[in-house]
Design a protein around this ligand. Sequence first.
Ligand code: ADP
Length: 376
Amino acid sequence: MTVKGDGEVGEDALTGAEEAELAARRRAMDREAADAPDVVSALADADERAIESALRPKRLTEFTGQARVREQLSLILTSALRRGRPPDHLLLSGPPGLGKTTIAMIVAAELGAPLRITSGPAIERSGDLAAILSTLSEGEVVFIDEIHRLARPAEEMLYLAMEDFRVDVVIGKGPGATAIPLDIAPFTLVGATTRSGLLPAPLRDRFGFTAHLDFYAPEELEQIIRRSAGLLGVTLTDEGAAELSTRSRGTPRIANRLLRRVRDYAEVRADGVVTLEIARTALEIYEVDEYGLDRLDRGVLEAVVRRFGGGPVGLSTLAVALGEEAETVEVVAEPFLVRRGLLARTPRGRMATAAGWTHLGLTPPPSLAELPTLFD
Ligand code: ADP
């Protein structure tokens, strides 16, 4: 499954954003009554993807935050352009919604190269990958999202492709099968993963550049929110923008989503301007707390504290207690709870910190009082 030239979406950003937004709102209205949408989930559904592509920064200069990664990328891309050769393969890791796909698209745009987008789970057999790689044009950028979920045979094919720009196409089956080596055009692979720990070392070693994306600071999110507000035609006050930025869980995807939900509220219940009061009231309705924690985050924290006495508790036990996949708890909820200093990962399991207890309005046990928190 490949999508070519996703960068075409929303060429005229204003119209693109508005159109996508309109379509999504119509669909969202049908659903809205049934169940409150998970406004702070870091994952995006199909409607949201359409809006996202319209809000995505298209060039490196438009990309806010992640200063070090931006600087490093800028050097790599400039030098590749000067040499007239595709840059090294790039690996991006970090929680969902922090800009991995956006960076892959920017890399292609900055190089003036076409982009192919696929993902680990979409490549079921090595033949699927061979089909992509053997039809590449010189310098093309290939983005593989969730690369840690690539099946083993495809992964092995990728090793050779990354290193020697070659794939072995196997013809026939059983003892008579022959591998025919096929040269492929030099390309740049951009791999993204939410779980870099799961990447086998031989794959990780084949990337010339590895970047870890961290959660964004409120000032950076505020800038992103203002830019998106401009594209969506939303008026917001400085205080309104600041309030949204501190409740966005350090995640641009969530910042953009909260902006749209708060805008809806402002349009229906007020004069359309997102002020501090409007932002606060709307976020309360959507159950976003002052740290930006959502139902899943709070569920994790509450389970650790109330069901397991503050921990330590193992990930799988915790996931079962919540009725969630262990991966969802680990990839979606935990990184921010840990970053915020509410939860600690210890060798014996997950533990709520003193700040975690306090956040739930409870008094931490005395044994926790001296434990340092990880949040600056
Ligand atoms: P990921 O691939 O890491 O899940 P995406 O690249 O899809 O995240 O980003 C999600 C949304 O957040 C995109 O629509 C994009 O508009 C926005 N976004 C991410 N990073 C930035 C950034 N640095 N500046 C502005 N918007 C961003």
